[in-house]
Design a protein around this ligand. Structure first.
Ligand code: TRP
Ligand code: ZN
Length: 878
């Protein structure tokens, strides 16, 4: 909690650290309410930082200082200054050893940052600025130090872990024991980790490309030990992939993963000791859906990949966060694409980006991939830094090609190994390795907002000449009224009337990347024998919006014939958008709704394309979500969106009932479960068909769901059937399913979270009243972020209908929960509040109620810095 307004930190104020820490020795004596931390730091004046001996400033928050000493001599209380955010110590020598002793309270720490307890297990989370809640330290990523850590604990905490290699262990009188760990790699404090508990482990081994053997261990509470196999498998696949694709080898003799139930994010890449949210690591076929299996595969890989992109080469300051996150998300996305269906992975990622990141970019917290100021850095672990940051790296990959990109990454790792660097260094390595100039491209790091490409074309049949005219613009964002043109790779192909691909030049190239650099630019293609249909922004080659005036017939041709699977899907989305926009307009005008027959036919023909990847068919059959429609709307009219989408879904389900039934039956075979791409694809299509069939609420359809619910042997089918029964049909059936599901799975945390989310995201059963009832259920816990996300998060982000009740009750409820949560866990409170920060985009009535809810948060008393930043910036938005 803060005294006054939190201060703003600016990138332009960056200064090199005054002092370096060559080695860090830590000793922890673990006690739930009074853990004693003793540190011994070898400190030296940073020769690169200037003259003289300025005072040493250490960060420290919520610490009880016991003693400070220098080179073995204790300091008196008048020899240093201890304030709310740290310690200031006058310095008389250029090098010295600083000894500090302080106390902390892990049990009282509900922020899940620093050292805390989760179900009796001690664990840490230090990124971004959590280490200062453990001990006094220069808690900034450009101070890198070699850590040696001793953990002392009662013997009923048999497992004591930290970074690096175990170098000593022993017994201590009075039922205690200790383990000492040494990490040979210098690292910033944010990569420090400690775990202590009664844990079990599974163990495996990996032989690196140079023949070194690495021990792999995954630790969990005993009851979850059977759920580690998939993560272990994913880890080995990721280690192999990083060797093959990037030439990167693992560097310690041991790599550990620990599953923790209380965790603010997905997982954390601490050196040699990754800590995971249980939901992002534990899985078995009976308890985890295909989506969970895939999420685990990608997060395990993401954290592993950080060992190079993040740990060996780290960030100079937190403004550079995307240096490690954007690059690592790009790496994990490519890994997942190689392990599964590339097109489907791309579609999933892009539809998420367009719905959520585009909204962020257009909202009050809009910021560049490299922000230039923040109040609380935790608020900048955003879709922009992660997902748009990954798109920026992908564009470099597109511009340089596979081999050029690899040359660039090799140079980057070689040049900067062991250093804390900037986004600028990354781009410079890419340039230097390839002899290219990315000067204009750098604007992707500094300018916020989603660029718009308005494209028109002209065909001269006499000259067989086709001209494509591109105009780029980017809306104003907070603090950035005017934008300069971006350097945008636009991948495209040209289709003939029969759907075949036209040659773009005399070499017969059929796909090219245009480099857009001007505000307005024209591209001429010669020797084009007929008026072509452009397939634009293939594979979503840049994070932009494209406007081009396609006719419905042209979109249907792209859907059927484009060689780029992503663009086939995208054409379908455009067609659906159009139909849904028309329906929204008709709804507002009070005109009777009618679904365009073309859309119906387009969807029918998707179902009939049996040669397509079933997962792609499933994606193509899915209408844009209400959230996506909201993002696309000029002004959000929640009622109209809901009415339009329901109407379209209903009509499609009824018109295509027989085709959907056919598809469901074809795929409803009883194969043993494997979480492999082909099988996942079939289940995905089958369950998409089931959901549609149940939209009709016909007895025949609901019985299929009932049967599947009763007989499913894997969680994907079981959860899909449960959702169908909860979202459709009569109450009795829904309640019976919910009850038997809960009875069967109440001991399994991950399944219980799914059970909560199915209800709170259901338009039919997730009323505010029902959500409040879930919060009173024993399974709910306000101090557990996964439970909060499953109930309050699912309700306000995924239950468009109930959250947007016309009386504004959903908004007031969210405000009330955010206020309560802020006292326990500010990071989660600041994230949860997002839906009501977008008030500006809503039509008037909704806007006023959302704004009032947001204002009530501001007026509720002293807010955390996290929540204050988000709420104050959102209230101010103009
Ligand atoms: N670096 C983590 C990642 O791989 C992010 C993270 C984990 C995090 N836990 C956190 C960020 C807590 C802020 C606070 O993406
Ligand atoms: Zn990451």
């Amino acid at each position: 909690m803060r005294d006054a307004q939190p201060r703003t930190v600016y990138l332009k104020d960056y200064r090199k650290p005054d002092y370096l820490v060559d080695s860090t020795r830590l000793r922890f004596e673990l006690e739930p309410n009074s853990t004693v931390v003793t540190s011994s730091l070898e400190i030296r004046r940073n020769p690169a930082a200037g003259e003289g001996l300025p005072p040493l400033r250490l960060d420290g928050v919520n610490l009880e200082l016991v003693s400070v000493g220098i080179d073995g001599v204790a300091l008196g209380v008048d020899e240093y200054t201890c304030h709310d955010e740290g310690l200031i110590i006058p310095v008389h020598r250029g090098a010295f050893t600083l000894e500090i002793c302080n106390r902390i309270d892990p049990e009282g720490n509900t922020s899940l940052e620093g050292l805390y307890l989760s179900n009796g297990m001690y664990c840490t989370q230090c990124e971004a600025e959590g280490f200062r809640k453990i001990t006094y330290y220069p808690d900034r990523p450009d101070v890198m130090s070699k850590f040696t850590t001793t953990i002392v604990a009662p013997r009923d905490y048999p497992v004591l872990l930290s970074n690096g290699n175990e170098i000593a262990r022993g017994e201590i009188e009075g039922d205690r024991h200790f383990v000492t760990w040494e990490d040979p790699f210098a690292k910033p404090a944010y990569l420090f980790a400690l775990v202590a508990g009664r844990l079990e482990k599974v163990e495996d081994q990996f032989t690196t490309m140079s023949g070194r053997k690495v021990t792999l261990q995954i630790f969990t509470e005993p009851k979850n030990i059977g759920k580690c196999e998939h993560a272990m498998h994913s880890l080995k696949a990721a280690m192999r992939w990083d060797e093959e694709v990037y030439g990167r080898e693992y560097d310690l003799d041991i790599f550990m993963i620990v599953a923790v139930d209380h965790f603010n994010m997905g997982a954390m890449e601490n050196k040699g000791l990754n800590i995971f949210n249980s939901a992002c690591v534990l899985a078995s076929p009976e308890t985890a859906t295909d989506a969970a299996f895939q999420r685990i595969e990608s997060i395990v890989a993401h954290e592993y990949f950080h060992n190079w992109s993040g740990n060996r080469v780290t960030c100079r300051d937190w403004f550079q966060l995307s240096l490690k996150e954007g690059f690592t998300v790009f790496r994990d996305a490519e890994f997942s694409a190689d392990m599964n269906s590339r097109a489907v992975k791309r579609i999933e990622d892009v539809s998420m980006l367009r719905t959520t990141q585009f909204a962020e970019d257009a909202g009050p917290m809009s910021h560049p991939v490299r922000p230039d100021s923040y109040m609380e850095i935790s608020n900048f672990y955003t879709l922009t830094v992660y997902e748009k940051g990954a798109e920026v790296v992908r564009m470099i990959h597109t511009l340089l090609g596979e081999e050029g990109f690899r040359r660039g990454s090799d140079l980057y790792f070689e040049r900067h190994d062991g250093c804390a660097v900037t986004c600028e260094d990354f781009v410079a390595a890419m340039e230097d390795a390839n002899g290219v100039d990315l000067k204009q491209f750098r604007r992707w790091y500094s300018q916020a907002g989603t660029p718009l490409l308005e494209i028109s074309d002209d065909y001269d049949s006499a000259g067989e000449r086709y001209t494509l005219s591109v105009r780029q613009s980017c809306p104003a964002t907070p603090g950035q009224p005017e934008k300069k043109p971006f350097h945008i790779p636009l991948k495209l192909g040209l289709l003939a009337g029969d759907g075949s691909e036209l040659a773009l030049d005399t070499d017969g190239t059929r796909e090219t990347v245009l480099e857009i650099t001007e505000a307005e630019q024209a591209f001429v293609f010669e020797g084009i024998p007929e008026r072509p249909l452009p397939s634009l922004l293939r594979g979503f080659s840049a994070p932009v919006r494209v406007r081009y005036d396609y006719t419905p017939a042209q979109l249907r041709l792209l859907m059927r014939a484009d060689s780029d699977a992503f663009n086939r899907w995208d054409a379908g989305q455009r067609l659906a958008f159009r139909a849904l926009a028309q329906l929204q307009q008709d709804f507002r005008a009070g005109v009777e709704l009618q679904l365009q027959p073309e859309l119906m036919e387009a969807y029918r023909s998707i179902l009939q394309q049996e040669d397509l990847d079933p997962a792609l068919v499933a994606e193509m059959l899915t209408l844009p979500s209400a959230q996506t429609l909201a993002e696309e709307a000029e002004v959000i009219d929640a009622e109209a969106i809901i009415a339009a989408r329901n109407f379209a879904e209903q009509n499609l389900a009824e018109a295509l009932f027989e085709d959907l039934l056919e598809t469901f039956r074809r795929l409803d075979h009883d194969k043993p479960y494997r979480p492999l791409a082909d099988d996942i694809a079939e289940r995905r299509l089958k369950n998409t068909a089931l959901a549609y069939l149940c939209v009709t609420e016909k007895e025949e359809a609901l019985q299929l769901a009932d049967t599947q619910f009763a007989s499913a042997t894997n969680m994907t089918d079981s959860a899909a059937a449960l959702a169908a029964l909860v979202n459709r049909g009569d109450d009795q059936r829904a309640q019976a399913a919910l009850q038997s599901f809960y009875e069967r799975w109440k001991e399994d945390d991950q399944v219980v979270e799914l059970w909560l989310a199915v209800q709170s995201s259901s338009p039919k059963r997730g009323s505010l009243e029902a959500v409040r009832a879930l919060m009173a259920h024993p399974a709910f816990e306000l101090t557990n972020p996964n439970r909060v996300r499953s109930v309050i998060g699912a309700f306000s982000n995924r239950n468009f209908l109930q959250f947007h009740q016309p009386d504004g009750s959903g908004f007031r409820f969210l405000a009330e929960q955010v206020i309560a949560l802020d006292k326990l866990n500010p990071q989660i409170a600041a994230r949860l509040v997002t839906p009501i920060t977008r008030w500006k985009k809503y039509c008037q009535g909704q806007q006023e109620m959302m704004h009032a809810a947001l204002q009530s948060v501001m007026d509720s008393g002293q807010l955390s810095a996290d929540l204050y930043e988000v709420v104050s910036k959102s209230l101010k938005a103009d």
